[in-house]
Design a protein around this ligand. Structure first.
Ligand SMILES: Nc1ncnc2c1ncn2[C@@H]1O[C@H](COP(=O)(O)OP(=O)(O)OP(=O)(O)O)[C@@H](O)[C@H]1O
Length: 709
């Protein structure tokens, strides 16, 4: 019944075909008005979309700010930053813009010139493609018409256009690589400046938890970011340009409406695809982090290979390495699976659905009369079909690339987030803001209060600490308020149990750890020289080991010669080193492996004698040398007028000092004069008595036994 009543609406003398033909006539008559209405509606819809996108962004920014506020009030603040989401949001564009300003520093920069010439080649390439499409159509048309001469002329033109086309293609890839290199150079320069100033490289690893592997960030991630940015410009700018030019040319032959409806369908499917695209940016950032952690484990194995081998610790190390690799590979496999399913969907929609739509579009001028279009004869129709199809293939390829580039943008977002986080953390460190998980929770309110304060650092001739707390980066308060002072000639011995804060005192003195309170008076860093237990041996020649951190040029400018260096080595009985290498002073080696522990400590002392600072901090730096050599070292240092501050458990060193700073390991300390002879005598007597005390229970037991017998 329903079907009957529906049919009855259409008058019996009118068929579906006649209705369609009437509708088409009506449309063609009012085509301009209808088009205007459609375009106007589209324009308002677009405006509305932009408005809602802006308000969405504002809401997201507000949510993020609130989340950050909440995270900042908790101790695990670092975690919140680390787990920041990698999305295409305002944060991403802000970070990208920041990095872009570093990569392209100004209007007159080389990078901008490269970018402009890259863009010119992109336009030239598109124009050549348009010409090639038209030539292709003309060639096939002359074939269909059987016009040999036209065909031959067409072939000659075809070969001629190949010259600029191939040149343009090569120039495009050259520009892309060059841009990537330039970006990397700019970023690396910028990061090196920051990383190697104000001891940021130390603070980043010792005082802050946010960046685990700065080395990988600087060497690998910066390079990946630069590649990704340079590629993206080519992959986004060219297809966008292609799409607009090809679509304009297409719309002239197939009609704007067809193109409009097709774009609508493509846009709809693209939206569906975008909604179904996994967060590849976050995946990439996570993969880079896991990659870094795995590499770090390997470099640790190399750094401590001897110790690990002697411990027979290969099984334990293998476990750690396997675990690191397994976590990484599990993540990579997960990404691979997501990419696979996403790739199937992407290929289906972009290649096949859009391909079919394109063919339908090309058929429009064949089956419908398009006002303004002139395809009439078989040859014309062939020419227009071949040209349109080529344009359409290029256009859909361009659209596909824009769609694929969404994935690339999200990957870029991953690298942007990692590089920008490094810059943010370095800025924070420069401003004295650290984020570290606190180890102890006892009296954390007091701990936090102490850590939130900042003391005063004043440059002076002597060293003086007034009420300075010693607090580790993990928040342990080793000493609440340390007060002591020393002048030139006051040789101070620092003693105390392990972990009581002896080396930490020097870290504060050296400016490595923040001064959380009180006042520190100290000479400039150039007048204080640190000699650690395990000396740092730099890459470079034998001479370089002695004059470190000076360069050969600085050494010469100070008027010091190789002969002077040799006399220093002679004091330490090291002069044979120069003659044992054929290249002498210029010999290069992995000095950490070539020199034994004791020799390394003697080289470190030679370095002290070369630098002749006002103060020297000697941190267990004679633990591997003989008592005779220790005597030579201390007497020579004093003869050079160097004031010593020694940390050592060795009694043999007491006699070289006249003051003692003694920590008890419970937060208390004594700073007093040191009469080494008297103190040694007292210490011997104390040790004797302690020994006797230990024997008392044994004596008592024996007396009891005898009484019982
Ligand atoms: N970068 C760091 N991050 C967190 N805690 C640290 C750091 N460096 C040192 N500490 C901690 O500070 C405390 C004091 O260390 P310090 O090196 O000053 O001890 P020390 O008195 O020199 O001991 P030793 O005689 O064993 O050398 C230790 O508990 C150590 O774990």
């Amino acid at each position: 019944m329903a079907a009957q009543s529906k049919l009855s609406i259409i008058p019996p003398d009118r068929t579906l075909k006649s209705i369609i033909s009437e509708l088409t006539t009506f449309y063609l008559k009012h085509r301009t008005k209808i088009s205007r209405c459609v375009y106007l509606t589209l324009f308002f819809a677009l405006l509305n979309r932009i408005r809602s996108a802006i308000s969405e962004q504002k809401a997201a920014a507000a949510r993020q700010a609130a989340a950050r506020q909440r995270a900042a009030t908790t101790l695990g603040h670092g975690e919140a930053t680390k787990r920041q989401k990698v999305e295409l949001n305002r944060e991403f564009f802000k970070n990208l813009f920041r990095l872009l300003r570093i990569c392209i520093p100004g209007w007159k920069s080389k990078e901008l010139r490269l970018l402009i010439s890259h863009s010119i080649f992109l336009v030239v390439r598109t124009l050549i493609s348009l010409k090639v499409a038209a030539m292709d159509g003309a060639l096939v048309s002359s074939l269909v018409r059987g016009k040999g001469k036209d065909f031959l002329i067409g072939i000659v033109w075809w070969m001629l256009i190949a010259v600029p086309a191939t040149f343009t293609n090569s120039m495009l890839s050259y520009h892309q690589c060059k841009l990537s290199l330039q970006y990397r150079t700019r970023l690396t320069d910028y990061i090196h400046d920051k990383y190697l100033s104000n001891m940021t490289f130390y603070s980043l690893s010792a005082l802050d938890d946010r960046i685990k592997n700065a080395d990988q960030l600087i060497t690998v991630d910066v390079s990946k970011f630069s590649n990704s940015l340079a590629e993206l410009y080519g992959n986004l700018a060219k297809p966008t340009l292609d799409m607009s030019i090809y679509n304009y040319s297409l719309s002239k032959s197939v009609g704007g409406e067809g193109l409009f409806f097709m774009s609508l369908l493509v846009q709809l499917s693209a939206n569906v695809m975008r909604a179904l695209t996994p967060p590849f940016g976050k995946y990439v950032a996570d993969e880079a982090r896991l990659e870094g952690e795995f590499r770090f484990e390997h470099s640790r194995l190399i750094d401590y290979s001897e110790e690990i081998a002697l411990y027979n610790g290969h099984e334990a190390e293998k476990d750690t390495l396997d675990k690191g690799y397994f976590t990484l590979i599990k993540h990579v496999n997960y990404i691979l699976r997501r990419r696979f399913t996403h790739g199937v969907m992407e290929d289906f929609i972009i290649k096949y659905v859009w391909g079919a739509l394109g063919l339908i579009l090309c058929s429009v001028p064949v089956f419908f009369k398009i006002p303004g279009a002139t395809a009439a004869t078989m040859g014309d129709r062939t020419e227009s079909f071949v040209t349109n199809r080529r344009l359409l293939l290029s256009s859909s390829d361009a659209f596909g690339r824009v769609m694929f580039s969404y994935k690339e943008i999200t990957e870029l977002a991953g690298y942007t987030s990692r590089v920008a986080t490094l810059l943010d953390v370095m800025d924070d460190i420069k401003a004295g803001r650290f984020e570290k998980t606190l180890v102890s929770d006892e009296s954390s309110a007091e701990q936090l209060e102490l850590m939130s304060g900042r003391g005063t650092v004043i440059e002076s001739e002597d060293i003086e600490f007034i009420d300075v707390p010693i607090i580790t980066p993990g928040g342990s308060v080793l000493v609440k308020a340390l007060t002591f002072s020393m002048k030139s000639g006051d040789h101070v011995l620092v003693v105390g149990p392990n972990g009581c804060g002896k080396s930490s005192l020097f870290r504060i003195l050296g400016g490595l750890w923040p001064v959380y309170g009180g006042t520190v008076r100290k000479p400039p860093l150039s007048q204080v020289f640190y000699v650690p237990q395990r000396p740092y041996l730099s890459a470079g020649s034998l001479r370089q080991q002695i004059i470190y951190p000076d360069s050969l040029l600085t050494m010469r400018s100070k008027g010091i010669t190789d002969a002077d260096l040799l006399s220093i080595l002679r004091i330490l009985d090291l002069d044979h080193l120069v003659s044992s290498f054929p290249e002498g002073w210029d010999a290069e080696a992995e000095w950490r492996d070539v020199l034994s522990g004791g020799l390394q400590q003697r080289v470190a002392m030679a370095r002290l004698f070369y630098n002749r600072p006002k103060y020297a901090i000697l941190d267990e730096c004679t633990s591997s040398v003989t008592l005779e050599m220790e005597k030579v070292m201390y007497e020579q240092a004093k003869a050079l007028g160097i004031t010593l501050m020694t940390v050592s458990h060795r009694r043999s060193l007491w006699k070289y000092h006249n003051k003692i700073l003694q920590f008890d390991g419970q937060g208390k300390y004594i700073y007093t004069k040191l009469d080494a002879d008297r103190r040694l005598k007292l210490e011997d007597e104390r040790e004797d008595l302690m020994l006797q005390l230990k024997q008392v229970p044994e004596i008592e037991r024996r007396i009891e036994e005898l009484s019982a017998a």
